[in-house]
Design a binder for this molecule. Structure first.
Ligand code: NDP
Length: 350
């Protein structure tokens, strides 16, 4: 089968493309410019013509994916702006519009021109499920796929809004996911495929996409490196309590996308894909600073070793649905950390 992957040159999708090829799929990798596909073609050279590029230079327009969807059996849509830098009102244009319209353009193209498409997987986010808890030392919550993160949407819709970059990103994911489910609902008599949403929390892991330095890493990996390697908590006041959210290794999220293509029960579902809760300190506690010292030429992780078990984990993501439908065997924080550091050392980044 041939699978279309959008945002193919990104952090997550670069892993997905490799996993699909390894499992025998052909892949049509949608990127904005030819140059952005070069790294993929080189990295997966051994697969020859099983990997092809498709140029979708502006997904914000209807018809953007008309050619890309032709002749594919599945679509994995990861493309979406991912950063926390665009606050109100700029974020409406740079984040929300491309996230929502890009998804709708893909779904519309699949409806009109994707006669062989059987399943569409969209990478949503836990940002569409749960707001960042304002103070994890006081607030805690167990959340499931039944929850929707509406506060940032309301925040972004208010006039004179104080919506932050995180609000804009979260609103873009909530609005895009809702728009996709509404699209499916409105067109169910016409479409031949079904839809699966995967909702990961913060994704960390070694990188495969084209990136030249720690400073130019994708947003989530950069936050990990800033916090764990450089002690820069990006505004979060203390590493023992923040961010108190969920995390998952990129390789497990990739595997979830590939499994979701073929598991019948995944159709029509939104599924949280989460390895567990974390605070920044966990990465130093679980992967002892001594081991980091042995691995890194210099200097070691900058977060001091904390005390395991004293942190208050604010959010528990209910992963019962994921276990029932996909059954991912999650990487541990130790494995993930070890692999990230090994990757960064090999690249000469630390
Ligand atoms: P990256 O920034 O590494 O990749 C994003 C991809 O989307 C890139 O290929 C990028 O293309 C493309 N993209 C961004 N904006 C646009 C646009 N306006 N038009 C077309 N393409 C665009 O991010 P990740 O790999 O981390 O994220 C992939 C998906 O996973 C996203 O949907 C994100 O919301 C979701 N996600 C990520 C999490 C994380 O912690 N990383 C957590 C939960 C969900 P280009 O290179 O050309 O800019």
């Amino acid at each position: 089968a041939r699978i279309l992957v959008s945002g193919a040159n990104g952090f997550l999708a670069s892993w997905i493309v490799g996993d699909l090829l390894r499992k025998g799929y052909s892949v049509r990798a949608a990127v904005r410019e030819k140059a952005k596909g070069r790294n993929l073609l080189k990295m997966y050279e051994e697969y020859g013509r099983k990997l092809e590029l498709s140029l979708v230079n502006d997904m914000n327009t209807e018809g953007a994916f008309d050619d890309a969807v032709k002749g594919v059996q599945g679509i994995i849509h990861t493309a979406s702006p991912v950063h926390l830098d665009a606050s109100h009102p700029k974020g409406k244009i740079t984040m929300i519009d491309p996230a929502v319209n890009g998804q709708l353009a893909m779904l519309t193209s699949a409806m009109k021109h994707g006669s062989s498409v059987q399943r569409i997987i969209i990478t949503s986010s836990c940002a569409a499920i749960l707001d960042t808890v304002p103070d994890p030392t006081k607030d805690s919550a167990t959340v499931s796929e039944l929850n929707w993160n509406m506060r940032p949407v309301e925040q972004c819709e208010k006039l004179n809004s104080h919506a932050t970059g995180l609000d804009m990103y979260s609103a873009s994911k909530t609005l895009a996911e809702k728009a996709a489910w509404d699209f499916v609902d409105a067109n169910k008599s016409t479409i031949s495929w079904d839809l699966t949403m995967l909702n990961p929390p913060w994704i960390f892991g070694p990188v495969k996409h084209e990136v030249s330095s720690l400073a130019s890493l994708n947003s989530s990996c950069k936050m990990w490196a800033d916090a764990v390697l450089n002690g820069d908590l990006g505004g979060y006041p203390d590493p023992l309590h923040f961010p108190g959210h969920g995390w998952v290794d990129v390789r497990d999220v990739s595997e979830a996308h590939v499994r979701a293509l073929t598991v019948p029960a995944a159709g029509g579902e939104r599924i949280i894909v989460c390895a567990g809760a974390f605070v920044w300190q966990d990465f130093s506690v679980i992967f002892p600073v001594d081991s980091a010292n042995a691995l890194l030429p210099a200097p070691a992780m900058s977060l001091a070793k904390g005390t395991l078990g004293t942190v208050h984990r604010a959010i528990t993501f209910d992963t019962a649905k994921e276990r029932r439908i996909l059954g991912i065997d999650y990487k541990t924080m130790t494995d993930s950390t070890q692999d990230i550091l090994t990757d960064y050392v090999a690249r000469g980044w630390c």
